[in-house]
Design a protein around this ligand. Structure first.
Ligand SMILES: [Zn+2]
Length: 299
C-alpha cells in the first residue's frame, strides 16, 4: 500500500539537484534537506483522530461519484525527536467524543465521529499535553485544529499564508466563510504561535521538515520525516485525499486554488522520488487502516 519510488540513487540525487536549481520563486527560502545528510527523528506514531462520513463524494472528485457517500479517516501523528515531541495535526474536537450525533464543519455535507480522545491516546504512552513541545498544523480546517486548545504551552507551527487567510475577512463562498469562522474560533489566540513562510526545517538537522503545499487552503502544508529504519515518510496533510486523486491530479471543489493544488501534488511526487519516501494520505481510510497505530510506531 505504501508508495515507494523504485528509482536508483543516481537518478534520485539528480532529481534533487534539479529541484534545488528550479525556479527561484518556487524554491525561495526552501529548506528541503539533502537526503544523504539528513539526520533522523527517533519515532513516528499514529493517533486515531476521528472518522467521518460525507454524503457526496463528488465534492472531492468533481463530476464523479455524485451523491455517493464516502468514509474518511482522520489521523494525527507524533514525532519523537530526542527529548522533544512534535504533534502533527490535532483532529476532531474532544467534545465530540462518543457523541452519536457526531460533530461537523459543514453539517449539510459531512459528519465526524471521535471514538478515542487525543488526551487518552497520549496517556497511553505516558504523555500529557504539556509534554508536547511543538504542535504543527497542516491547515486550519476544523478536523485538523479541533484540539489546539489542549496545548496552550506548546509552540504552534503554521504557515503565515494560512494565518493571514483565516483573518482576511469573508469571500463569496458561504461554505468557505463558515470554515473560516470555525477556524478562528478553534485556533483562538495561541500564546506561542510561530508563523513560518515556506519549507521549514523544524529541528535544524533535516529530520523533520514542514513542506509548503498550498491549494487545499492558501497555507496548507505537509510533513517530511526521516527515520533510521523506515527512511523518509511524507505525511500528506490534505494535499490529496486518496491515492487516485493524487495519481490523477483530481482537485476537490472546496480547495481554494486548483492550479496550486496540482503544483503541490507534483511537488510531493518529486519528493517521493528524491527521498524514496513513503506517502501516508491522511484521510484515505483504505491506506490508514493498514498503518501502525500507537503504541506501535515507526522508527
Ligand atoms: Zn481534512
Amino acid at each position: 500500500m505504501l508508495r515507494q519510488a523504485k528509482r536508483g540513487v543516481a537518478f534520485v540525487l539528480g532529481t534533487f539537484a534539479l529541484m534545488m536549481q528550479g525556479t527561484p520563486a518556487a524554491n525561495a527560502g526552501s529548506k528541503l534537506p539533502d537526503p544523504s545528510k539528513a539526520d533522523s527523528a527517533d519515532k513516528l506514531l499514529r493517533l486515531d483522530c476521528g472518522r467521518s462520513v460525507a454524503n457526496d463524494q463528488s465534492i472531492w472528485t468533481p463530476g464523479q461519484n455524485v451523491g455517493r457517500s464516502i468514509e474518511f479517516s482522520s489521523t494525527c501523528w507524533l514525532v519523537k525527536h530526542r527529548s522533544e515531541w512534535l504533534l502533527w495535526d490535532t483532529g476532531v474536537p474532544e467534545s465530540a467524543l462518543n457523541d452519536p450525533r457526531g460533530w461537523s464543519t459543514l453539517p449539510k455535507l459531512i459528519v465526524y465521529h471521535l471514538d478515542r480522545s487525543l488526551t487518552e491516546q497520549l496517556a497511553e504512552i505516558g504523555l500529557k499535553p504539556r509534554d508536547i513541545a511543538f504542535v504543527a498544523i497542516s491547515h486550519t480546517h476544523g478536523d485538523h485544529i479541533g484540539n489546539v486548545g489542549l496545548f496552550p504551552n506548546s509552540t504552534i507551527l503554521m504557515q503565515q499564508a494560512e494565518y493571514s487567510w483565516i483573518n482576511s475577512g469573508n469571500g463569496p463562498n458561504d461554505n468557505v466563510n463558515q470554515l473560516l469562522a470555525l477556524a478562528r474560533k478553534l485556533l483562538g489566540t495561541p500564546k506561542n504561535l510561530r508563523l513560518i513562510d515556506g519549507d521549514t526545517d523544524v529541528f535544524g538537522d533535516g529530520s523533520v521538515t514542514l513542506i509548503s503545499t498550498p491549494g487545499h487552503t492558501p497555507g496548507s502544508q505537509s510533513l517530511l520525516v526521516h527515520l533510521k529504519n523506515s527512511g523518509f515518510i511524507i505525511l500528506s496533510g490534505d494535499v490529496a485525499h486518496s491515492e487516485e486523486n493524487f495519481d490523477k491530479d483530481i482537485v476537490p471543489s472546496l480547495n481554494t486554488n486548483k492550479a496550486e493544488s496540482i503544483a503541490s501534488m507534483e511537488k510531493i511526487r518529486q519528493m517521493i522520488a528524491t527521498y524514496k519516501a513513503s506517502f501516508f494520505i491522511n484521510h484515505y481510510k483504505k491506506q490508514t487502516d493498514t498503518l501502525k497505530l500507537l503504541p506501535a510506531f515507526y522508527d
